[in-house]
Design a protein around this ligand. Structure first.
Ligand code: BES
Ligand code: MN
Ligand code: ZN
Length: 507
């Protein structure tokens, strides 16, 4: 068993307590409590109460969920006192955990104790999850291209969590291990997404994925651009052919399951555009800035299969990563071209910047061929979804309306929040074409995030439950919840929660 970041304890003696660089106290605000004196637990020493009392007198705030006090108890140990209540959802727990841990890490604290003995069940598990996820997330390091000497890595953090006796140690240990694995997967997504575009061309991305597949013992198969051409994947090709390099393709990664018979099959699809210029409908400078990150969906799909394999999920998982760049060039596709997709449908091209749905069209058709029990796709697909939701939420779209409550719930429970949009057929009126089976999109206006989803739906097998995740929260300035970087790596926590709830297994 690999070394883990967090450990759970029911008790700890005084000498052990003094060995930590920092102690976090989460105080519990019960309904009706108004004064600090009421929230201080009996287990807190009188000396510390006095220090706290003095701090509070200087700044006479009343305790409320999210309140934070921080001080040096002595030169060797820093204390952070935070207040929580039962109304706090996971997003707020994660945000609070970052607020607590970020300054501690910057202070150089490595061995941290979190005293959760005031926090009842089930919130103690929520707190343990949030603190562990935040700590692992803070250990993320940027890909570095600078000649400047990289500061020596400041080592790993450890987090010891002191919990109420009602908490089952084994269960809590599973919770924090899962938090750590999902955060490691999130770090992996962020790392891939932040790669410079000239360091992650389609060819380089495919090579990296091959290596990562080997390291994670995943099945790996690559369908080259040439092969896709001979298969008749015209929608995929329309985008790929604009590149000067014939290096686009479809990467298939598989995790065969935990060895049990009759496992359900989860199939993932990810948009992997390593750079989106917009093609001949070229983006302006502001719009193109950051478009090396247009492969976030594929990075998420990869990280999820790897996570499934690491955690031995009781399902089979197959991921298809559609990897290409959207470029300008003599062979690039143009407006008004008519393209034949792999499923035979003809598509009238309206805007070469709507490349994601082209790649996904053929990829979803291929993925449907696996007869998945559940099909999920991830893509930084539309600016419209960002305008509709901001970058705090991601959008969800499904051909099974009865999944909507479960999608919202998984967003709330995981702290990666999603919001659904309607998929009624009349939204697709604008996709009617005079000369082809379907239009790619509109020239302008409309509700492109919804219309794009209805376009994708045409390429998904009718009998397959399918959810499309438009990753509007893939980037948020100032970070999101426990994540401090602008690139959020959004999706690992949400998807792993959603599929666990869907098939009803626990961590
Ligand atoms: N990758 C973009 C969408 C995007 C833009 C994601 C900014 C994140 C941040 C996508 O390929 C795109 O360009 N979509 C167009 C579609 C339009 C031409 C119908 C858009 O949203 O403008
Ligand atoms: Mn585009
Ligand atoms: Zn794009």
């Amino acid at each position: 068993m690999a070394k883990t970041l967090s450990k759970i304890h029911h008790q700890m003696d005084q000498t052990a307590l003094s060995s930590f660089d920092a102690q976090i106290w989460i105080l519990w605000l019960k309904p009706g409590m108004k004064e600090w004196a009421e929230v201080f637990p009996e287990t807190m020493g009188a000396a510390e109460r006095d220090i706290l009392q003095a701090l509070i007198q200087r700044d006479p705030q009343k305790p409320e969920a999210g309140s934070l006090l921080s001080f040096d108890r002595n030169p060797l140990q820093r204390w952070v006192v935070a207040v929580a209540d039962e109304g706090m959802e996971t997003f707020r727990w994660l945000s609070l955990a970052r607020q607590i841990l970020k300054p501690l890490k910057e202070h150089g604290c490595k061995k941290i104790l979190a005293n959760l003995t005031s926090v009842p069940l089930p919130q103690s598990l929520q707190a343990a999850d949030a603190l562990t996820a935040a700590a692992k997330g803070l250990l993320f390091s940027f890909p570095k291209y600078s000649q400047k000497e990289v500061k020596k890595k400041d080592g790993e953090l450890t987090l010891d969590l002191l919990v109420v006796p009602e908490v089952d140690l084994e269960e809590a240990t599973r919770v924090v291990q899962h938090a750590e694995s999902t955060s490691a997967a999130n770090n992996q997504v962020r790392h891939l997404v932040m790669q410079a575009g000239n360091d992650l061309t389609p060819a380089q991305y495919v090579a990296r994925l091959k290596k990562l597949a080997e390291q994670n013992e995943l099945g790996y198969q690559f369908t080259s651009q040439k092969k896709l051409e001979s298969m008749g994947a015209g929608a995929f090709l329309a985008v790929a052919q604009g590149s000067a390099h014939e290096d686009a393709g479809l990467v298939k990664l598989t995790y065969e399951g935990n060895g049990k018979k009759g496992l359900k099959h989860l199939v993932l699809v990810g948009k992997g555009v390593t750079f989106d210029t917009g093609g001949h409908n070229i983006k302006n400078s502001q719009g193109m800035y950051g478009m090396h990150r247009d492969m976030a969906g594929s990075a998420l799909a990869y990280s999820l299969v790897a996570l499934a394999s690491k955690e031995k999920w009781p399902v089979r998982v197959t991921a298809f990563l559609a990897i290409a760049e959207n470029m300008i060039g003599p062979r690039a596709y143009r407006q008004n071209d008519v393209i034949t997709a792999l499923n035979g449908k003809t598509i009238e091209i309206v805007d070469t910047d709507a490349e994601g749905r082209m790649l996904l069209a053929d990829t979803l058709h291929i993925a449907s061929g696996e007869k998945p029990d559940l099909l999920l796709d991830f893509a930084t697909l539309t600016g419209a979804c960002i305008r509709a939701l901001s970058t705090l939420y991601s959008g969800v779209f499904t051909n099974r309306q009865d999944l909507v409550p479960a999608l919202i719930a998984a967003g709330r429970e995981s702290g990666e929040r999603v919001w659904p949009f309607p998929m009624d057929a009349d939204f697709a009126e604008c996709l009617k074409s005079d000369i082809a089976d379907i239009k790619q999109c509109r020239v302008s206006g409309g509700v492109d995030h919804i219309e794009a989803s209805l376009f994708l739906k045409e390429f998904v097998g009718k009998d397959i439950p399918w959810v499309h995740l438009d990753l509007s929260a893939a980037e948020n300035s100032g970070g999101l919840a426990h994540i401090e970087t602008e690139v959020t790596g959004f999706g690992v926590r949400f998807v792993s929660r959603f599929v666990r709830n869907y098939w009803g297994w626990s961590v």
